[in-house]
Design a protein around this ligand. Structure first.
Ligand code: NAG
Length: 400
């Protein structure tokens, strides 16, 4: 025995006779207790059949989500994630495709020719990735998604919105969350190249809005076998109100607006022809940017009109493929009051997985949350389930 009873007794006495030790122990115990209360099983909102499918093939849905113990709160998770998250190495093959209006779109492919499970390229399942507002294929969450997918043997292609991936803008047109024409063009292009490979769409934040709007518009003609979204803003108007709360504005909105302005400055020459660029560049919030730029460019009467058209919640009932959506209740970009619970309850093909914590595209777990986290594990299990059990998932979602 390492410690005799006498030693233990002495140790105990040492501790209780020192108020500072007692103090530290109580604080630790209290923090541990509080952390324990943060670790909850996420709520899964969907039909019974879809739920049974997910529990069988995506067991992570029934695990507790335990946020990184030193990183509480949605804002803190979001910030820490953007600083800490590692960037797995990914080599892309870039392809520029032309669009009907004379523009171009930059696609970044990871062909995964070394795939052990799908050595035959023509049938290798493909994941189409849609990054968030102002994001492109270099975002850490995109790189992690790719590393999960390629490990499973799948191929990936990142759809970079126009003008954000270093390519030139050939026409005065960028992108918005409601206009699905470019996505439609990209899906057609991918299906044209690989008619026998099933394609699954995954969208992050604004990329998720675009994906859901597309799936709602195309119904059973989407060309995709399933959809997965992370941290989607469900109601653009209410999201922008949340993002204009002073602390959220200071931490996120101001920075994102400056990134958006930086992106269009690069295309000044061509954009100047259609908008007052100096006025746009003075925007102090995403809403101002959308008022002065996005909604004008896409012909909306007002920014409110654009936000109504961009919100995916009311489009869900038109979708016709299995869809899994992950959101955190403390996401500063997507307030929990806007989660479409009652809409989804009546739909056989859509599941919402809601964690109490996790922030915006963060979901950090473990003491050193640099690598794979909750959202990557969920993504990996879901795409595997959808690609490997197509008949079961469609049956569970009442899709013929
Ligand atoms: C997207 O915007 C372009 C240019 O304004 C327009 O021609 C097209 O019809 C729009 N597509 C959709 C689906 O709204």
């Amino acid at each position: 025995m390492l410690l005799s009873h006498l030693d233990l007794w002495r140790l105990y006495w040492e501790c209780v006779s020192r108020p500072s030790t007692v103090f530290i122990c109580s604080i630790t115990a209290a923090l541990y207790y509080l952390w324990g209360r943060q670790c909850q099983t996420p709520a899964l909102v969907c039909s019974e059949a879809f739920s049974a499918f997910l529990h069988e093939h995506c067991p992570v849905v029934s695990e507790r989500f335990s946020p990184t113990p030193w990183c509480w709160g949605g804002r803190f998770q979001t910030l820490v994630c953007s600083v800490l998250k590692s960037k797995p190495h990914v080599t892309y093959r870039n392809e520029l495709i032309r669009t009907g209006d004379g523009g171009q779109i930059s696609l970044d492919w990871v062909d995964n020719h070394a795939s052990a499970s799908y050595p035959e390229s023509s049938t290798r399942p493909t994941i189409l990735i849609l990054p968030g507002l102002a994001g492109n294929s270099k975002q850490p969450y995109v790189l992690h998604t790719i590393s999960q997918a390629t490990r499973r043997g799948y191929r990936c292609v990142v759809f970079n919105n126009r003008g954000v991936a270093g390519e030139e803008l050939l026409t005065p047109r960028t992108y918005c969350a409601a206009n699905t024409s470019d996505l439609e063009h990209v899906v057609q292009h991918v299906k044209g190249l690989l008619p026998q490979a099933p394609v699954l769409g995954t969208g992050v934040s604004m990329g998720g809005m675009l994906l859901l709007n597309y799936l709602g518009r195309k119904r059973s003609e989407s060309g995709l076998v399933a959809g997965f979204t992370v941290s989607v803003p469900w109601d653009a108007q209410k999201s922008s109100v949340s993002m204009e709360e002073p602390l959220n504005w200071l931490l996120f909105n101001k920075y994102l607006t400056s990134v958006l302005c930086g992106l269009i400055t690069r295309h000044r020459k061509i954009l100047e022809k259609v908008v007052d660029l100096d006025h746009v560049l003075k925007s102090q919030s995403i809403r101002e940017f959308d008022e002065r730029f996005t909604s004008l460019l896409f012909g909306y009467k007002s920014c409110e009109d654009y936000y109504v058209d961009a919100s995916p919640d009311k489009k869900l009932h038109n979708t016709a493929v299995p869809i899994l959506c992950l959101n955190a209740a403390d996401d500063p970009f997507s307030p929990k009051s806007t989660f479409p619970l009652s809409i989804v309850q009546d739909l056989p093909n859509v599941a919402l997985l809601l964690t109490a914590h996790g922030g915006h595209i963060a979901f950090l777990q473990g003491l050193f949350p640099r690598g794979e986290n909750y959202m990557e594990r969920l993504f990996s299990q879901f795409v595997h389930a959808a690609f490997e059990h197509p008949r079961d998932i469609n049956k569970a979602c009442c899709i013929k």
